[in-house]
Design a protein around this ligand. Structure first.
Ligand code: GLN
Length: 547
């Protein structure tokens, strides 16, 4: 039976609960324990799949095809444990399950209530896989006091009572604001936040206090006293230059020790932190810098491309260089010449996206990279744009486009080089879709295998010809155009095992131009950079030497 750590937040949102949870997971692993991390989100969407990236940042996709919160990306990047569909749940999913059971008659005529029916459903979710790991870390989204979070807080309170004593602890993150006028750190908001938590029956065992200023010993004592937490369990959390410093930084201030003490695990196994020391060393001591442009649509919110940004950092670490990223809004190329904006970059990424807005700009960016021989990585929509560019400008199909944009506009303007995928196979399962299906959870989602062509650049990069990568898309490059495009030099170097779905394209006569239908960024880790990103940054380093 796993020990449970519940992570909650108070005072303000965006305190870095996800990062603290991920770092704690990594520290427990460093002490030899196995972990799994989970996120419980109070919003009413069934999952974040239908939310705009502007609303919620990136949607993180798991191997088993769930569209989840981006915090699951942090969890994977810090622990290397592949998240599952059962590691992410929202109020929407919980209520939807409860209502489905109610309609089926499973509750045998009972009146359905938040307590116990909703809370039981949450507890059932928490139980899943509890015999597989030493520690289950469960983060509750939002802040204590939010109306929609209440059933989750009640459920974790009940859960800790249901389990044997000492099997569950509560860790609460708060903020100590600094008043410059009086030169003081204020503890009152933390006291109020803990009071709120205690009023719903939860007494925190560990308090993590974010602060921009050093927290004096006497303030730590005061927080401990007023919040009824042992002084050594009041953990300061200061701002970091890089998120990858978090495991070592939290270890230095005693977070993992405090957690193990709270469980009464003594003596605590010694931590092995060499991996994280190497990660931090690579970040702090780069031997050069490359400039990469990300030409996208959601560029005002960096979280929309969180995993790509991180995977580029990992690629930089593999090559011991710093990767400087500039965000370029693809729509500027509707009026501006790409050369004026993209000149000087050592590599270009066109990321995934949905809808027509900005796509002509992305096509121009792909053309610029192809003709100027700048390394190009096209991800999902970025691959589709590279194929359309090739079709229009090299293969003599001037009206080439994607059915996605015609569907959106309700008219037929393009030759559908990229078409709506209506059936495919996943393992031994056949999946069928219609254009008017629901939007939620109906894309080609999760891990699929691909076969790489012998002798291709991608086979050399991966060091194998069988790979498995995560997908999230509805549209697909049409193999009808394969011969024509390959004759021009755009090779279909990765295909689904049945040979029907193009997974990777690459230009023959180019230093580094690769488009992938999947999302390699989701599997990259600081201690195991994804081979495509590592090699892409290597190519950028080479370009930087030429200019
Ligand atoms: N909109 C495209 C599709 O659905 C690409 C999706 C993506 O980039 N993730 O196929």
């Amino acid at each position: 039976m796993a020990r449970y750590i519940f992570i909650t937040g108070g005072v303000v949102s965006s305190l870095g609960k996800g990062l603290a949870s991920a770092a704690l997971g990594a520290l427990l692993q460093a002490r030899g324990f196995s972990v799994r991390l989970r996120k419980l989100d109070p919003y009413l969407n069934v999952d974040p799949g239908t939310m705009s990236p502007f609303e919620h940042g990136e949607v993180f996709v798991t191997d088993d095809g769930a569209e989840t919160d981006l915090d699951l990306g942090h969890y994977e990047r810090f622990t290397g444990v592949a998240a599952r569909a059962t590691d992410s749940v929202s109020s929407g999913r919980i209520y939807s399950n409860v209502l489905e059971k109610e309609r089926r008659g499973d509750y045998l005529g009972k009146t359905i209530q938040v307590i116990p029916h909703v809370t039981n459903e949450i507890k059932h979710f928490l139980d899943i896989g509890d015999n597989e790991v030493d520690f289950m870390l469960c983060e509750i989204g939002g802040t204590v006091g939010d109306i929609e979070g209440l059933p989750f807080f009640e459920a974790i309170r009940q859960f800790s009572q249901d389990r044997p004593r000492g099997q569950c602890i509560f860790m609460h993150l708060t903020l100590l604001p600094y008043l410059a006028a009086s030169g003081e750190l204020k503890t009152k908001p933390t006291q109020h936040s803990v009071k709120e938590l205690r009023s719903i029956g939860i007494a925190p065992d560990v308090l993590v206090c974010r602060s921009e200023q050093p927290i004096p010993e006497k303030e730590r004592e005061k927080i401990g006293l007023f919040c009824n937490v042992r002084k050594e369990n009041v953990i300061p959390a200061y701002d970091l230059v890089s998120i990858y410093e978090a495991p070592l930084a939290y270890h230095r201030v005693g977070l993992d020790q405090a957690v193990l003490d709270a469980f009464g695990i003594s003596p605590a196994p010694r931590p092995h932190l060499a991996v994280w020391e190497d990660v931090v060393d690579r970040i702090h001591n780069p031997e050069g810098e490359v400039r990469v442009a990300i030409v996208g649509k959601y560029t005002q919110l960096e979280d929309a491309y969180k995993s790509i940004r991180e995977a580029l950092t990992h690629g930089g670490m593999a090559n011991r260089v710093k990767v400087r990223v500039d965000w370029v809004d693809a729509e500027v190329f509707d009026t501006e010449d790409p050369a004026a904006r993209l000149e000087g970059f050592h590599a270009i990424v066109v990321p995934g996206g949905f809808g027509e807005r900005g796509t002509e700009g992305k096509i121009k960016a792909a053309e610029f990279a192809r003709t100027r021989k700048i390394p190009y990585l096209g991800i999902c929509l970025g691959m589709q744009m590279a194929v359309i560019e090739a079709a229009r400008n090299v293969a003599g199909l001037p009206t080439a486009g994607s059915e996605e944009f015609d569907h959106e506009a309700g008219q037929t303007r393009f030759e559908p080089v990229v078409y709506h995928l209506k059936e495919w196979v996943q393992g031994s399962r056949r999946i069928e879709r219609r254009v008017d299906d629901d939007k939620g959870g109906t894309m080609r989602l999760g891990a699929y295998e691909a076969k790489l062509a012998e002798g291709s650049r991608v086979a050399a990069i991966y060091g194998t010809t069988r790979i498995e990568e995560r997908h999230r898309h509805r549209y697909e490059v049409d193999t009808k155009y394969r011969d024509k495009l390959e004759a021009c030099g755009l090779k279909f170097s990765g295909m689904s095992p049945d040979g029907r779905l193009p997974e990777i394209v690459e230009w023959d006569d180019h230093p580094w131009f690769i488009g992938v239908q999947f999302h390699p960024e989701l599997k990259s880790k600081p201690f195991a950079p994804h081979p495509l990103f590592a090699d892409f940054v290597r190519a950028a380093v080479e370009t930087s030497r030429l200019v």
